[in-house]
Design a protein around this ligand. Structure first.
Ligand code: PLP
Length: 253
């Protein structure tokens, strides 16, 4: 068998032992007689897989109990709207740094929900450098400060973590997550589309400081509300779920 050298930004080559293990477990996941793709996402077996994934991620990325970890659908792009919906709260504006294509998409989407202040931009220089933080026109009253540590397409990467004072720092770490040690405590929210560094496309990992939960705007769809998702996560609902009663699954009891 000849394997391709695939250095794409993501997905890229996976280690062969990982692929072999997946192949071995494909027909029979640990004696259940079925593959992971065939089992209920509410079964004990799957809940254990989800719990292990969260535990491993917490360990690898150094995520403390002060943060909730959410595995959400819709890729990193869906977070461009999910973030303002959840974090604007009673504030009217959010600060954004524009360093390339992904920042611009995040800015465009957030502008639907509140006032977006582009506090720094390197667009006039063709996104060739990161504006010096001393020049950023940030506001102490912003709901959050959003930036993109690594602009995957343009290749522009921050070599520092911005200072945001008491304003929560939000980072699109799609191309950064798990590539190096991270001081999570500097961030209010980290999100990362999985397909670059973590797993399959369509999944997005959200790591949110727990005190930022519960501020969602009324118009936020339930499945985009971090607080309700946290309650619905299989790991937290398993022991409260009565089989056959989907109502119980979706209640926050
Ligand atoms: C930095 C960054 N943000 C957001 C995205 C969009 O991610 P998704 O395709 O998961 O929506 C990408 C690329 O895929 C990216 O590189």
């Amino acid at each position: 068998m000849s394997r391709a050298y695939n250095f794409c930004a993501g997905p890229a080559t996976l280690p062969e032992p990982v692929l072999r293990q997946a192949r071995e477990e494909m027909l029979d996941w640990r004696g259940t007689g079925m593959s992971v793709m065939e089992m209920s996402h509410r079964s004990d077996e799957f809940v254990e897989i989800a719990e292990t994934a969260e535990k491993d991620l917490r360990e690898l990325a150094g995520v403390s109990d002060d943060y909730a970890v959410l595995f959400m659908q819709g890729g990193a792009s869906s977070q461009f709207s999910t973030i303002p919906l959840n974090l604007l709260g009673d504030k009217t504006s959010a600060d954004y740094v524009n360093t390339g294509i992904w920042s611009k998409k995040a800015i465009a989407e957030a502008s639907r929900y509140g006032q977006v202040n582009v506090v720094a931009s390197s667009e006039s220089s063709g996104f060739a450098s990161i504006p010096d933080q001393d020049s950023w026109a940030t506001s102490a009253d912003a709901a959050y400060l959003h930036y993109t540590p690594n602009e995957t397409i343009g290749g522009l990467e921050f070599d520092f973590v911005p200072e945001s004072g008491s304003v929560p720092l939000v980072a699109d770490m799609s191309s950064t997550m798990l590539s190096r040690p991270l001081d999570v405590s500097k961030f209010g929210l980290i999100y990362a589309g999985a397909q670059k560094n973590i797993g399959p496309s369509g999944l997005v990992v959200v790591i949110i400081r727990k005190d930022l939960l519960g501020k969602a705007l009324k118009i936020t769809p339930t499945m985009m509300n971090y607080q309700s998702l946290r309650i619905m996560t299989p790991c937290t609902t398993r022991r409260r779920h009565t089989p056959g009663t989907s109502q119980a699954w979706y209640s926050n009891g």
